[in-house]
Ligand binder design. Structure first.
Ligand code: E4P
Length: 226
């Protein structure tokens, strides 16, 4: 499973990258807004310079021509840019046209298996089902991941399932069990994947015992020297 960090914050991206397990980055207009007064295109380039992997950058036009124009500009920023296209009718047309041009895409805002099926047929490189937002409305986001994985397997689609809108480590675990190709998560969640109280307690005990062992050895050496 590939790990992407879901942020436009350079500090978080650098920290995630330093962990050595980062495969890419996803951004969206809300995440860019959270960064304040930054130039979007410059930020995308900086992210690409930090991370050796795919970096999703989203178009904001909702018509075919507008999406194509933005996609061309974004794709020119860096070879690793993947253009994020919303899952609407005009977006499907753009996915097909961009695939024909060899521009890689991430189809975003997916909330149903049939949407994912159409996006794959249109040649999307990634499909982004939003797990957390489905859970938020008292439905089960993970069922969507399972169904998309099954549908793509049935027909050998090459579109990668990118589990998005991840809120906690259990989402990551269940997406991995369901066979999602990628999980994109906030940096905070990536760090939480490591958390376990027994690890902390176990390490504490090992370090205490090691200190006692060292002290005992020093005492023994001191006694032998007398
Ligand atoms: C990823 O590509 C999505 O933009 C992101 O995961 C959405 O997450 P949210 O539902 O927490 O905003």
């Amino acid at each position: 499973m590939k790990f992407f960090v879901d942020t436009a914050n350079l500090e978080e991206i650098r920290e995630a990258n330093d962990m050595g397990v980062l495969d890419g980055v996803t951004t969206n207009p809300s995440l860019v807004k959270a960064e304040g007064n930054v130039d979007f295109h410059e930020r995308v380039l900086k992210i690409c310079e930090v991370v050796q992997g795919d970096v999703s950058a989203e178009v904001t036009a909702t018509d075919f021509d507008g999406m194509m124009e933005e996609a061309h500009t974004l794709a020119q920023i860096h070879d690793n840019v993947v253009v994020k296209i919303p899952l609407i009718k005009e977006g499907i047309k753009a996915l097909r046209a961009l695939d024909d041009e060899g521009i890689r895409t991430n189809c975003t805002l997916c909330f149903s298996p049939t949407q994912a099926l159409v996006a794959a047929k249109a040649g999307a490189d990634y499909i982004s089902p939003f797990i957390g937002r489905i859970d938020d409305i008292s439905s089960d986001g993970m069922t969507l991941i399972e169904e998309i994985v099954q549908i793509y397997d049935n027909y050998d689609f090459e579109t990668e399932v990118l589990a998005a809108s991840i809120r906690h480590p259990t989402h990551v675990k269940r997406a991995a069990l369901a066979g999602a190709d990628v999980a994109t998560m906030p940096f905070e969640t990536m760090v939480k994947l490591l958390d376990h109280p027994l690890t902390d307690r176990g390490l504490e005990r090992f370090l205490e015992d090691w200190e006692e062992y060292q002290e005992a050895k020093e005492e023994e050496a001191a006694t032998a020297a007398v």
